[in-house]
Design a protein around this ligand. Sequence first.
Ligand code: IPE
Ligand code: IPE
Ligand code: MG
Length: 254
Amino acid sequence: MTEQADKTGQQQGAKGVLHVAIVMDGNGRWAKRRRLPRHAGHRAGVKAARRTVEACVALGIRTLTLFAFSSENWGRPSAEVQQLMALFIDALNQQVPELNEKGVRLTIIGDREQLPADLVRQIEESEAMTADNDRLNLVVAVAYGGRWDIVNACKGLARQVADGELSAGDIDENRLAAQMQLAGLGDPDLFIRTGGDSRISNFLLWNLAYTELHFSASLWPDFEPKELEAVVGSFHGRERRFGKTSAQVSGDYA
Ligand code: IPE
Ligand code: IPE
Ligand code: MG
């Protein structure tokens, strides 16, 4: 990429793609191809996540949401689940001080009640350390499911109704959105899934309503910043119509 194109990319990144959400899939297959244990793939996946965070900062992206562990991933063999929980603790411990220096604000979304206590402690410390940063919002979804998120948001509204703070008739999309895990962070503009499968796998069901989708054949540990730059670049060529006509969104229609 030439310097000029790179500069343009940065400007466009800041202007167009404000929020990128990624399903980081393919760690196990990456390891299998190398005859390594699955865990080696997850460790390589952490490195890819780190590269991607830095690439997002360089591109001027405001929010990066990474799917690290789904509500369905609890169904994996318990040894793999335990290794993943330990890996999350290590990754936070090792990486958050450096991310903090780069101005990254970390938020973990998902059902914390399901997580081991030592991971919850590490999450709380990491969030507190980075709370005042504003260069990039890094959101990591752990023990997260899109259906759980919607149910949890409904429970929040039901409590408000039960407490007399809200009447059922006043419930609308904005009030439900305010109870969702990504409240205040905006819906993703661009969704990327690596690993070759074209599915959402219970990621941000509510927030992806009008997100542009991109499915990559790369296994997550092989995902490189140049691929991210290319996908972000192609995003700028897409017309987002949000249900309207092309003439309306291009301004030709009064
Ligand atoms: C994604 O990689 C990471 C998690 C779901 C925790 P996978 O572990 O799903 O890798 P594949 O899909 O088996 O290759
Ligand atoms: C999606 O990957 C979840 C994460 C990347 C955390 P999975 O490997 O769990 O998805 P499926 O099972 O192929 O749909
Ligand atoms: Mg997978």
